[in-house]
Design a binder for this molecule. Structure first.
Ligand SMILES: NC(=O)c1ccc[n+]([C@@H]2O[C@H](COP(=O)([O-])OP(=O)(O)OC[C@H]3O[C@@H](n4cnc5c(N)ncnc54)[C@H](O)[C@@H]3O)[C@@H](O)[C@H]2O)c1
Ligand SMILES: C[C@@H](CO)CCC[C@@H](C)[C@H]1CC[C@H]2[C@@H]3[C@H](O)C=C4C[C@@H](O)CC[C@]4(C)[C@H]3CC[C@]12C
Length: 394
């Protein structure tokens, strides 16, 4: 699955039936049927799976608009199918572009966002894309009369918090001291609140908006950039990765296909179950095992030839904290000259080193969600994807 930000097409260029978002030449409300959907961020890691899942598993769908800042070349292959797929290059921070893309759609799945816990983007940019962008999506629904909105939130809206409190097999009602300091979780928490508060707002035509938020834990699967990074790092280190986090720290993970399926299902069910689902949050879950972040990655990287070397004596936690702090300092010092954004920083270390796992059936109870992919399927698909990567150790 392609997910590189750049995509093949530059701003304003076309892939398939493609439009540049604008209120003048964008899709018009009358052009699309009742079953039209918008997948915002539809060319990202999760977004691509959502797009493909909608096309495979949503029989009522007649038209799909894929809205993204960077369009992927893979959209080309979708134009031959029975559903009318319109790729729209646009920016969620531009209200008029969002409104043009949303006009006349039945439902919007908003998975567009700036996912950055490494300090690549400024806090202002993260806020603009994740918070202002979400405001724009909500206002577009209200102004154009789109009634159903599914927002991709994140586990980080809850935690882990900076105090390192464990969230062990928690659910949507588990009390937890959510403390947001980092720009990314702050932005996701604000955006989620906006989406939930918008539930019940009157949209054009007089009917109420129905919204909900899905909170994935760490997503894995085909197209996962960080998995790719770890794999290449392991190859560079002679087929080894070094354990940095105790195996006892559990990190919640969920397969991308199941996260996509949950989005498609809730988008379908929002209309019939508006009173129950509207204004609700749901963790994304499946049967993936509870493991540490590194042990979980080894489920895929192990069969691809990498091994995890135990280094507790070589790398005690205080040393990791020191390295993370050093990385943060270097990032700040080098900022005027270059972008230094390694995986390890005080925030990522805290997230990786704090137990955060969910155990819930809320999505099953509210809208009949069952994981589409078993753990064995999810694992096999992810391993095949890693093996197919160039430079495989196999
Ligand atoms: N990856 C995870 O583990 C994870 C976990 C929980 C929640 N999430 C959430 O899921 C969503 C998707 O994440 P992902 O991992 O697929 O990230 P991603 O970066 O692969 O996808 C995000 C997509 O949004 C698009 N985008 C970014 N800025 C935009 C803008 N200004 N206008 C229009 N499109 C824009 C990007 O081009 C990209 O295609 C995000 O909202 C993220 O917060 C991800
Ligand atoms: C100490 C390192 C030695 O191997 C390991 C560092 C791993 C970190 C880079 C990742 C550990 C946990 C990840 C996050 C988590 O899976 C959930 C997320 C939620 C989502 O909304 C965005 C991505 C992320 C923050 C994810 C990012 C990478 C980790 C911090």
């Amino acid at each position: 699955m392609g997910q590189e930000g750049g995509g093949a097409s530059g701003r304003g260029r076309c892939v398939g039936r493609l439009a540049r978002a604008s209120t003048e030449d964008g899709p018009s409300g009358g052009q699309f049927g009742y079953s039209g959907s918008v997948a915002a961020g539809g060319c990202g890691f999760l977004g691509e799976h959502v797009v493909r899942m909608l096309l495979q598993r949503e029989p009522r769908l007649s038209e799909l608009r894929v809205f993204d800042l960077h369009l992927g070349p893979w959209l080309e292959e979708l134009k031959t199918g029975p559903v009318q797929v319109t790729a729209i290059q646009g920016d969620v921070t531009q209200a008029h572009e969002v409104a043009a893309a949303v006009a006349g759609a039945h439902v919007v799945i908003h998975a567009a966002g700036l996912v950055d816990v490494f300090g690549r983007a400024s806090p202002e940019t993260i806020h603009k894309v994740n918070v202002q962008g979400t405001k724009n999506v909500i206002e577009a629904c209200v102004q154009t009369g789109t009634r159903f909105l599914v927002y991709t939130s994140s586990m980080e809206v809850v935690g882990p918090n900076i105090k390192g409190h464990p969230f062990y097999r928690g659910n949507e009602d588990t009390p937890y001291e959510a403390v947001h300091k980092h720009p990314y979780p702050c932005s996701k928490a604000q955006a989620e609140r906006l989406v939930l508060e918008a539930n019940g707002r009157e949209v054009r035509g007089g009917l109420p908006l129905v919204t909900c938020a899905l909170r994935p834990t760490g997503i894995y699967g085909e197209g996962h950039q960080i998995m790719r990074d770890f794999y290449h790092q392991g190859l560079r280190l002679g087929g080894r990765l070094f354990r940095a986090i105790p195996a006892s720290v559990e990190h919640g993970r969920v397969y991308v296909g199941n996260v996509a399926w949950m989005h498609v299902l809730v988008a379908r069910e929002l209309e019939q179950r508006a009173a129950l689902v509207g204004g609700q949050v749901y963790f994304c879950y499946d049967k993936s095992p509870y493991k540490s972040y590194e042990d979980f990655n080894m489920e895929f990287l192990g069969p691809c030839g990498l091994r995890l070397v135990e280094t507790r004596l070589l790398a005690p936690y205080w040393l990791l904290m020191l390295l993370a702090a050093l990385n943060a300092l270097l990032q700040w010092l080098l900022r005027p000259l270059l972008l230094y954004a390694p995986l390890l920083n005080p925030y990522t270390l805290a997230v990786a080193n704090t137990t955060f796992t969910v155990s819930t059936d809320k999505a099953q109870r509210h809208f009949g969600y069952e994981p589409l992919f078993s753990w064995e399927d999810s694992r096999t698909r992810t391993i095949r994807w890693v093996q197919a990567m160039e430079g495989s150790a196999q």
